[in-house]
Design a protein around this ligand. Structure first.
Ligand SMILES: *Cc1c(COP(=O)(O)O)cnc(C)c1O
Length: 388
């Protein structure tokens, strides 16, 4: 028997904070508790029917059974470019400014491998999607944490980043609408990001996974709408959250062609692109009638209103989401985020995510996901009311 030793990069992964909560969840399920799981960032609504139908047809075509190209079918990239023009009035060249991804997580995780040398700095927002620091770690880079604070509307304060850090920085992650805080970003913030990136030669990777999950008809903008954005960076998009396609594994990156070419070099050497039948179904997804998307948004909006109003009425301090299907709330005094999540699970069977799981600056908050029906949300609020 050999002695199996993990690499340093795996040993150095951040501790898994949810182990204790996972165990409590399993125990609760074992005891037959009526669990209301508000911890999952995965839509409970099925993929719209016309997309599933397009997939059924596409899967029968032998032409799709072969290796796809890593950059994506031209027809898929053209559909993406068309959507960007209509939705954001941004022009993209499908030949070199659009790249298919096996889910946006793939692109977000791989991009440091293309541009970050050991010892280089990556600017990482926190609380945030754990793939930003982990992708950085796998490339041998150093994360510099940009805390997202409520008093700054959950935007990073770029002015406090030391010059010495900026000089070593190669890449910066930005994510709006934001998971987990649900914050959106104004044009002025993106302008600051672009100016900083130009001054210090930093590649910007904007994660826009939630750009289409918004409320009150306030459409979030694309970072690429701003002048100079395409000179400094790329935007990562996902079909997962917009079209309820998390299991299908498809996303795309758009923007700076040299950055996309660099990311493409990693992809040609590690993966073989997205199954073409999925790309064909995704063209149908991208061309979805806005009526269908409006219905999905209305569903989330009813849930948001039920949870926001419900929790506010029982004394929570929380942020009213303008986008995303998350609600970010302050933990009541006397608890830290993990203790509060454990308390709720034990006393009510309602499962949430502790803010600290998204990075140390998330301590003191808890994330509720709007991925259950309104009746269950109301039931969750009723139960929580009795134990706080
Ligand atoms: C869900 C999510 C993604 C990625 O989703 P994919 O399914 O990999 O496209 C990326 N960023 C954030 C912030 C997310 O929450």
């Amino acid at each position: 028997m050999i002695s199996v030793q993990l690499s340093d990069r795996v040993k150095n992964l951040p501790p898994y904070l949810f182990a204790a909560i996972d165990k409590m969840k399993q125990d609760a399920l074992g005891k037959g508790v009526d669990l209301i799981d508000l911890s999952i960032g995965d839509p409970d609504i099925p993929t719209p029917e016309h997309i599933v139908d397009a997939m059924k047809k596409a899967v029968e075509k032998p032409v799709h059974h072969r290796y796809p190209s890593y950059e994506g079918m031209l027809s898929f990239r053209q559909a993406v470019a068309g959507w960007y023009k209509t939705r954001f009035n941004v022009s993209l060249n499908p030949a070199n400014e659009v790249l298919s991804l096996i889910g946006s997580k793939e692109g977000i995780g791989h991009i440091p491998l293309a541009f970050v040398n050991p010892g280089d700095v990556v600017l990482v927002p926190s609380p945030g999607y754990p793939v930003y620091p982990v992708g950085t770690l796998f490339a041998g880079g150093e994360s510099y944490i940009m805390p997202l604070k409520e008093e700054n509307n959950f935007l990073p304060d770029l002015k406090i980043i030391p010059e010495s850090v900026l000089k070593r920085a190669k890449l910066m992650y930005v994510n709006y609408p934001n998971n987990p805080t649900s914050a959106t970003a104004p044009a002025g913030f993106y302008k600051e990001v672009i100016a900083l990136a130009k001054k210090y030669n930093i590649i910007v990777c904007h994660d826009a996974a939630y750009s289409e999950v918004y409320y009150d008809n306030e459409k979030p903008m694309s970072f690429l709408e701003l002048e100079g954005a395409k000179e400094v960076g790329v935007e990562m998009h996902s079909l997962s959250k917009t079209y309820n396609m998390t299991g299908w594994r498809i996303g795309f990156a758009v923007g700076n062609k040299d950055v996309l070419a660099g990311l493409g070099k990693i992809k040609t050497n590690l993966d073989s692109g997205v199954f073409q039948a999925i790309q064909e179904a995704s063209i149908a997804a991208i061309n979805t009638d806005d009526k269908i998307l409006a219905e999905i948004r209305d569903t989330y909006q009813a849930r948001r209103d039920a949870l926001y109003n419900g929790l506010k009425n029982i004394g929570f301090h929380l942020i009213k989401p303008k986008a995303t299907f998350y609600l970010w709330a302050k933990v009541p005094s006397g608890f830290d985020s993990q203790k509060f999540v454990a308390h709720l699970l034990e006393k009510t069977g309602v499962l949430t995510t502790p803010g600290v799981g998204f990075g140390a600056p998330g301590e003191g908050y808890v994330r509720f996901a709007l991925t259950v029906p309104v009746e269950r949300i109301k039931e969750a609020v009723e139960r929580i009311k009795k134990v706080i």
